[in-house]
Design a protein around this ligand. Structure first.
Ligand SMILES: Nc1nc2c(ncn2[C@@H]2O[C@H](COP(=O)(O)OP(=O)(O)O)[C@@H](O)[C@H]2O)c(=O)[nH]1
Ligand SMILES: [Mg+2]
Length: 362
């Protein structure tokens, strides 16, 4: 499951976005925490709807995205530093930075004016500073430990952290570092905030909503978006929250009026998937039809582990068919007759839209 943490200055619209993505028809509350609210959105997916219509299973289980919203981070003294102490942010796969672009004199901006480019940079600086604190503390400890026992492992860690420090000190985020697989893994262990992919959610003024993707241009953050693992998506949290609460017929009419093709929820989830390079595969049957999300280029044996570690451990073969073939033929048997049902091994790279039955030893 993809986990996203919402960050941003106060009154940017984090909580409005959180409500938008977790209050829809297909959402499930997950429960509160003292330091953050956590909610789960189900990923809208037409392919899963079609497979469900075909198999008529007892259960339809969409892929899920977990969102965490924190109370009042940024702007204050604590800043991004506070995020480091909150598990749903430390553990997040991606950060969603909600940036205020709406004008509303009744809601004061903490910096006195609406300026998306300034806020994007300021939040990046906070995140970088928070990571720098972690790097420096860890380096101090390492130096002491290395004096006692200089293992190659500690040396490698030190080398990596020195590179991190240089990057952060030059105001660059750790997601900009180019790392080998071993270093990447080591870095992940630290759960640095600036190493996480960043989705900038531009919370537009109602008046700009219809301008759609061009609205990104209004923010003046082209240079920033050229950075590694950084994207932007426009929404209008307040209006889209109102739309989400309408019944289906009214919702379609309202969206057409505003020139919206996709709901804010769909756009944010799609952009998060894109950013992280996530894809979906499906499992089907009379019992349940289900979507699973995995990173692109995942081998079958690892994808199996997404379902259950036993299935990965006892992996024998993956029976794979494209969902469009399954929909066209109507049954797995018909796909098999046409040679569209393939047997694949552990190393097979799972593709977006594969329908898979894992054969495994128990
Ligand atoms: N006009 C307008 N107001 C908004 C929009 N999004 C949020 N707000 C309002 O701005 C205020 C702060 O939003 P909130 O989501 O609580 O911000 P947070 O501090 O980032 O969690 C609330 O009164 C929201 O209703 C928007 O798109 N347009
Ligand atoms: Mg809030």
């Amino acid at each position: 499951m993809l986990r996203a943490g919402l960050i941003g200055f106060s009154s940017a619209g984090k909580t409005a976005l959180f409500q938008l993505v977790t209050s829809g028809r297909d959402a499930a509350p997950k429960g509160g925490r003292a330091d953050a609210s956590v909610g789960v959105s189900r990923v809208p997916d037409e392919r899963l709807d079609q497979l469900t219509a075909l198999f008529n299973p007892r259960k339809r289980v969409p892929a899920t995205v977990e969102f965490a919203d924190i109370a009042n981070v940024g702007g204050g003294k604590a800043g991004a530093q506070a995020l480091l102490d909150v598990a749903p942010f430390r553990n997040a796969d991606a950060l969603l930075h909600v940036v205020r672009m709406f004008q509303d004199p009744s809601i004061p901006h903490p910096s006195g004016s609406v300026d998306a480019a300034r806020d994007v940079r300021a939040m990046e600086d906070e995140v970088i500073l928070a990571d720098l604190g972690v790097v420096e503390r860890r380096l101090e400890r390492l130096e002491r430990d290395l004096k006692k026992t200089a293992t190659p492992d500690l040396r490698k860690e030190q080398e990596l952290l020195v590179r991190c420090r240089e990057t952060l000190e030059s105001s660059r985020p750790l997601r900009a570092l180019e790392l080998g697989p071993e270093e990447s893994k080591r870095l992940r262990g630290f759960q640095f905030l600036s190493a996480k992919p960043l989705l900038i959610v531009l919370n537009l003024d109602e008046a700009d909503l219809a301008s759609g993707p061009e609205a990104v241009g209004l923010a003046g953050i082209e240079d920033f978006l050229a950075g590694a693992a950084t994207r932007a998506v426009p929404i209008c949290a307040r209006i889209e929250l109102e739309i989400a609460q309408l019944d289906e017929a009214d919702r379609a009419a309202f969206m057409a009026d505003l020139g919206l093709k996709e709901s804010g929820l769909d756009r944010v989830i799609r952009a998060s998937y894109d950013l992280l390079g996530y894809i979906s595969f499906f499992t089907v049957g009379e019992d349940e039809c289900r979507a699973w999300s995995i990173p692109r280029d995942t081998p079958a044996v690892i994808a199996a582990g997404e379902i259950h570690s036993d299935i990965s451990r006892g992996f024998i073969r993956a029976e794979v068919v494209r969902y469009e073939h399954l929909l066209a033929r109507g049954t797995l048997a018909a796909c098999r007759e046409r040679g569209e049902l393939r047997l694949e091994g552990k190393e097979y790279i799972v593709l977006d839209g594969d329908v898979i039955n894992f054969r495994h030893a128990t």
